[in-house]
Design a protein around this ligand. Structure first.
Ligand code: SAM
Length: 219
């Protein structure tokens, strides 16, 4: 069972009652997504064309923040996001991100949710997205990416997604100099990424979390 919750910065998230975990930090959904994925990930790449793969599309907040970044900075983004359990309309239409990010991008946010799965759509001048309705555990990447947003549920409740096989698959489908960012800072995950060949950084986490991981594929 999924339900809408309000986080500390006022922005909504979703709480999954079956596993007892929310889609974002309760200390603020927008502040977490902006810090972990945009500031520590997207803004670190000095490219004018960036391909992104997101693990766990969920509320679409990371996609929305990436779209806003692409338009504000005139950077072309090709965004692929995998999701095993798409949110129903009655939930995504209640998400209140426009109250904080402005109404300017609300129609694009709804469009991102409403477009068909497994097809590519241009949403704005610089932002193209494909939502993939599939299971990451068996998914075969069709191209390589500059940036991975690893936003699965935590290893405590979904350890199978934080496996060496999955991270190796990501490493193999990442372009040189590419980045993986995740809110998680677990030693086990850091060591696994290091063993695969990533250069792993422990950097300051979002509000409420001391650290997070940024992993870079060496050039
Ligand atoms: C922590 S939530 C994050 C969602 C999203 N990034 C957001 O900002 O709302 C994790 C997401 O991963 C999805 N997920 C869980 N298992 C998955 C799998 N095996 N393959 C693809 N997506 C999965 C969940 O349904 C959920 O939407």
């Amino acid at each position: 069972m999924l339900k809408i919750i309000s986080t500390s910065d006022g922005s909504n998230s979703i709480f999954n009652e079956n596993i007892g975990e929310s889609y974002h930090s309760v200390n603020g959904a927008i502040q977490e997504s902006q810090h972990v994925f945009i500031d520590a990930g997207l803004s670190q790449l000095s490219l004018n064309k960036i391909s992104i793969f997101e693990v766990g599309f969920g509320t679409g907040l990371n996609a929305l923040l990436s779209l806003i970044y692409s338009e504000n900075n005139s950077i072309k983004i090709n965004y692929d996001a995998i999701e095993i359990k798409p949110l129903e309309k009655k939930l995504y239409e209640k998400l209140n991100y426009n109250e904080f990010l402005g109404n300017k991008f609300q129609s694009q946010f709804l469009k991102i949710h409403e477009i068909e799965w497994n097809k590519t759509f241009q949403i704005s001048k610089n932002f193209v997205i494909q939502k993939i309705n599939d299971d990451l555990k068996t998914y075969k990447f069709m191209k390589s990416y500059n940036l991975f947003y690893f936003d699965a549920f935590s290893p405590n409740v979904q350890s199978e997604l934080w496996s060496k096989e999955i991270f190796y698959n990501i490493f193999s489908n990442m372009l040189s100099g590419g980045i993986l960012v995740t809110y998680c800072a677990k030693g086990e995950v850091r060591r696994c990424l290091k063993d695969i060949g990533f250069y792993v950084e422990r950097i300051t986490g979002p509000v409420g979390k001391r650290e997070m991981i940024r992993a870079i594929k060496p050039i």
